[in-house]
Write a protein that binds this ligand. Structure first.
Ligand SMILES: [Zn+2]
Length: 396
């Protein structure tokens, strides 16, 4: 089996991928905050981790893939208030919409979607333990994580305490350090609230994810994914909470981060008014085209959305599919592979170099369309396998 290499944000290096248990991978990816419909920018992240899981499965790993759904969050509470809706019902509506969107996008590898609101007991338990262990303190209905008790704070974002202190999170006056972050907070009037030993309130964002991941995976797992804008403070805080709570280091072996899809100079976001909803994009371009488009840039790079490019890709994809449909459906069970298939696998093993992998796929298809002799069966079978790894259909 070829060696898989992957960039680990924690070490800042490309590393050889070796799962904690043989042939098993536990992967957690930060899912959506369900305050609105998903936009096309989100698809870059979801498609990449889906392809990562598909590829690892094809390579013989059993992948357990958990994605959280942030349905308890101030942004949701504000949006619900504006539309005069109960916040939990509001979140439920957008959770359903999200699940529908990513199913249409062909993201089929997620084993479990876990909403934070189902984990309030686990959150309260983790916060209580962190207080008992001296890693957290209470002030006026708030519970804060005491970052001075965790010497590795800053290791994921590769920042010293001095550098971190230049970007305090919020200016709550009673925190011991500006870097300390909330584990539990009082709810504002009208917001959802849950009883806790520190008064009725709501959890902080970071603890939602450690409650979900530790409950499902235990104290240690293989891959944590998400967009790179989540590295600090979100993922940094997750490491601090989890390692203080369980005493096990490292919490996660490989931290993997995706770049952003930008619209012009900006990140795609509703608050900036530059947003293309995923559901509309799927209707217009089709899921397969969107997947190929997202994979045509390396996952760690930012991409700039260009409608012309996605339309060209749609046309190319439809033409190739049409031509392939005239060839016999691949039924061969031969174990042989074409050299282009091996190059495709090599590119994927090289930190998921999907732009190169897609070039090999194009050559594979081109060869199959020109091939009249007996290697055609092998080429078609290879195209079928590659399509399955990418979650794109070339044969009906
Ligand atoms: Zn998260």
């Amino acid at each position: 089996m070829p060696e898989i290499k992957i960039y680990n944000t924690l070490s800042g290096k490309i590393e050889r991928f070796q799962s904690l248990s043989p042939k098993k991978v536990k992967m957690f990816v930060c899912g959506p905050t369900v305050q609105d419909y998903s936009h096309l920018g989100h698809a870059k992240t979801y498609v990449f981790y889906d392809v990562l899981a598909r590829f690892l499965r094809e390579m013989g790993y059993r992948v357990t893939f958990v994605m959280n759904i942030t349905d308890v969050d101030d942004k949701i509470f504000e949006a619900a208030k504006k539309s005069n809706t109960d916040a939990l019902l509001y979140a439920e509506k957008y959770t359903r919409a999200f699940l529908e969107d990513i199913s249409k996008l062909g993201v089929k590898t997620v084993t479990k979607f876990e909403p934070a609101s189902h984990y309030i007991n686990e959150i309260i338990y983790q916060v209580s333990r962190l207080i008992e262990k001296g890693n957290a303190y209470t002030v006026d209905g708030y519970v804060y994580f005491d970052t001075s008790t965790f010497p590795h704070y800053g290791e994921l974002s590769h920042q010293s305490l001095k550098e971190l202190l230049l970007k305090p999170l919020d200016l709550f006056p009673n925190k011991k350090s500006p870097l300390d972050f909330a584990l539990w907070r009082p709810s504002a009037p009208g917001e959802p609230h849950w009883p806790s030993p520190w008064g009725d309130g709501k959890p902080g964002w970071h603890i939602e994810d450690t409650a979900i991941s530790i409950t499902n995976f235990g104290p240690q797992y293989d891959i944590h994914g998400g967009g790179y804008e989540l590295i600090y403070p979100h993922h940094e805080a997750e490491i601090a909470q989890a390692e203080c709570f369980t005493g096990v280091r490292p919490f996660v072996k490989y931290w993997v981060h995706t770049g952003l899809l930008k619209l012009g100079e900006d990140k795609m976001s509703k608050s900036r008014g530059n947003v293309i909803y995923l559901k509309d994009a799927i209707r217009e371009f089709g899921a397969d085209t969107i997947r190929l488009y997202m994979l045509s840039e390396h996952y760690r790079k930012d991409s700039v959305y260009k409608e012309r490019e996605i339309l060209n890709l749609k046309e190319e994809y439809e033409q190739l599919k049409e031509k392939l449909s005239k060839l016999p459906f691949p039924r061969s069970t031969t174990k042989r592979h074409s050299s282009l298939f091996k190059e495709f696998i090599q590119a994927m093993c090289n930190d998921f170099d999907t732009p190169s992998a897609l070039r090999h796929l194009r050559s594979l298809i081109k060869n199959a369309l020109e091939e009249k002799n007996k290697t055609l069966e092998t080429l078609l079978k290879d195209i079928r396998t590659v399509s399955r790894m990418l979650g794109v259909t070339f044969f009906e």
